[in-house]
Each structure stands twice: as C-alpha cells, then as structure tokens.
Design a protein around this ligand. Structure first.
Ligand SMILES: *[C@@H]1O[C@H](CO)[C@@H](O)[C@H](O)[C@H]1NC(C)=O
Ligand SMILES: *[C@@H]1O[C@H](CO)[C@@H](O)[C@H](O)[C@H]1NC(C)=O
Ligand SMILES: *[C@@H]1O[C@H](CO)[C@@H](O)[C@H](O)[C@H]1NC(C)=O
Length: 290
C-alpha cells in the first residue's frame, strides 16, 4: 500500500512542476517577443540609449588606479612583515646596504690564551690580528678614489667615510663597521699591547660585547657572531672560540649617499699568510676605483 501511495505523490509533483514550467516558458516567450519587437522597431534609438548607458556605467574607469607596486599587491597592510618594514623605514633611512670583507687565517696555528691556557682559533694570532687591522684601517681611512666631473681640475677624492652609514652623525662621523677591531676602538696601540689584547678579547668577545668599554668608535656594539667567522656548526662539539679562523668586517653603506656618488665597495678576499697585503690591496683598489 505504501509503495503505491509514494508513486502517486511523485506523479502529482511531476505534474505540478510541468505546469509551473509551462507557465514560465509561456511568460518568457511573451516577454522576449515584446522586447524583440520593440528593439527591432526602433533600432537607432535602442543603439543610442544603450551606448549612453554603457558610457554612464563606465564613468568610474576614469578614477581607476592600477597597482603595480609588488609590496602593495602581495602583502596586506596589517601583515607583520609589512608593519615591521614600515617601522624600520621610519626609524632608519630607507635602505642600507652591507658589504662584507672576509679574511681567513690560513697557515696560522691555533693560539693558547696566556692566562687560561685555552686553545683559541688561528684568527687570534696577535700579529695576524694587527695585519688585518692595518688592512681594514687602510680601507676605512686611507683608501680614496678620484672623483668629480673634471678629475684633473678639481682633484677631488672620495673614501668610505663619504658613503658609509654613520648612525651618530653629525656628532660622530665614524662609520658603522662591524669588526672585531671596534672592541679596541680601532686603536692600534691597544691591539698591539699583549695585555690589553687578551683582556679586551676576554671582556668583549667572550663575556659581554655590549659593555661601554666594548662599544666601537662609531658608538654602537658589535656582535662577536658578526665580527668573527668559522664557528663550529654544533657549539657543543668544542670550545666555541677554538675554531675561529676568519674575520668578517661588515661595512654598511648609505645607499642614498651612494646614489649621489655612484660609488661601490665589494670585496670578499681571502688573505694568505705572506702575500696578503700586496694581493688584496691591488684587487680592492681596482674594484673600489670602478
Ligand atoms: C702568530 O703567527 C706568527 C707567524 O706565523 C708566528 O711567528 C707567531 O708565533 C704566532 N703567534 C702565536 C701567539 O701563536
Ligand atoms: C691636481 O693634481 C695635479 C697633479 O697632481 C696638479 O698638477 C694640479 O695642479 C692639481 N690641481 C688642483 C686644482 O689642485
Ligand atoms: C676545532 O679545533 C680543535 C682544536 O684546535 C680541533 O681539534 C678540532 O678538530 C677542530 N674542529 C673542527 C671541526 O675544525
């Protein structure tokens, strides 16, 4: 009994839908026939009116702005990265570029700390330290390239200090160079003295690099992880300082000034024990001159 009833109700519903469908179709036919007749009867009027309607509706194109800046396109104004970049840009000048000079102590033996007897990496050989200091000091202070539209008449020159980032300007014109020599405030006498050499390294490179005595001559601290290279991948495998072989000096250039001067420093040099000076200065000088 139930089955029969179900079939009946399905049939009834089908009938109802057919009726609705038929009315709908009839209504559509009538309406579109009327529209078709009206349009075909006055073609020019219809074309004019629809052209006018399209023109009115497209009026907004006038104020359409095409966004091509990838930062605007791909990052939300509320995204963390975007907000941090904006904060950075508002605190510093838009972009600073860093240039690295990497010098490796090849052929030097590890050194023993005179007090504790710990083994430190070859980069801490004092005479090597002094040699590298002379090289970076030369780059920072003495290396100058001719500059100017008319070289022979003005004899103008430009050096790193003219294009570098100096955070405390105009009170302090020293460049923010992140090198180990900043622990000694770039003083050759302090590096050359055996006692102050080890005392400063103990204080600044090992215990706390943000102490006042360890600040660089540009007025800021230098992270030992930036100033030295060659740390072990796994610090637990041995004394952290025992395998340091390289020096990393990070020069920060102020891109805005650089754009005015069109100057560049790019160097990644490996210094050998003996021919270090002649070779590296030649290469650097040429690149710097470009
Ligand atoms: C540093 O290196 C020089 C040259 O190789 C060497 O004569 C000197 O003994 C080394 N100094 C130390 C403390 O190992
Ligand atoms: C520039 O240097 C050249 C060569 O050293 C010299 O002859 C010339 O007088 C200098 N010009 C000026 C303006 O100092
Ligand atoms: C690190 O230095 C120690 C002592 O000089 C040496 O025995 C060890 O092989 C070095 N490890 C690596 C990975 O260079």
């Amino acid at each position: 009994m139930r089955n029969v009833q179900t079939e009946v109700s399905v049939e009834e519903r089908t009938c109802l839908f057919d009726i609705i469908g038929a009315y709908f179709e009839y209504g559509m036919t009538v309406a579109f026939t009327a529209i078709g007749r009206a349009v075909a009867g006055r073609p020019i009027m219809v074309l004019l009116y629809s052209a006018a309607l399209v023109a009115v509706l497209s009026w907004g194109i006038k104020s359409l702005e095409v966004i091509t800046d990838p930062v605007e396109l791909w990052s939300s104004p509320n995204s963390r990265g975007r907000m941090e970049k904006e904060y950075y840009d508002s605190q510093f000048e838009p972009f600073f570029r860093s240039e690295q000079l990497i010098i490796k102590a090849i052929g030097y033996d590890s050194v023993k700390h005179p007090d504790s007897g710990e083994v430190w990496g070859p980069a801490f050989n004092q005479s090597f330290f002094l040699d590298v200091f002379d090289l970076t000091n030369y780059l920072q202070e003495k290396l100058r390239a001719p500059w100017g539209s008319d070289l022979h008449e003005t004899n103008e020159t430009v050096g790193l200090a003219d294009v570098c980032f100096a955070p405390l300007k105009p009170d302090n014109h020293k460049c923010a160079v992140q090198s180990a020599f900043q622990y000694f405030q770039n003083s050759r006498a302090k590096i050359g003295n055996r006692n102050s050499f080890w005392r400063t390294l103990d204080t600044c490179a090992v215990s706390n690099h943000v102490q006042l005595d360890c600040l660089g001559d540009f007025g800021g601290p230098v992270d030992p992880k930036l100033a030295f290279g060659g740390y072990l991948k796994d610090p637990k495998a041995g004394l952290e300082r025992a395998n340091i072989t390289a020096f990393v000096a990070l020069f920060t250039l102020d891109l805005r000034r650089q754009e005015n001067n069109r100057l560049d420093v790019f160097c990644c040099v490996q210094g050998e024990k003996r021919e270090k000076h002649g070779a590296t200065e030649g290469v650097l000088y040429k690149i710097f001159k470009e």
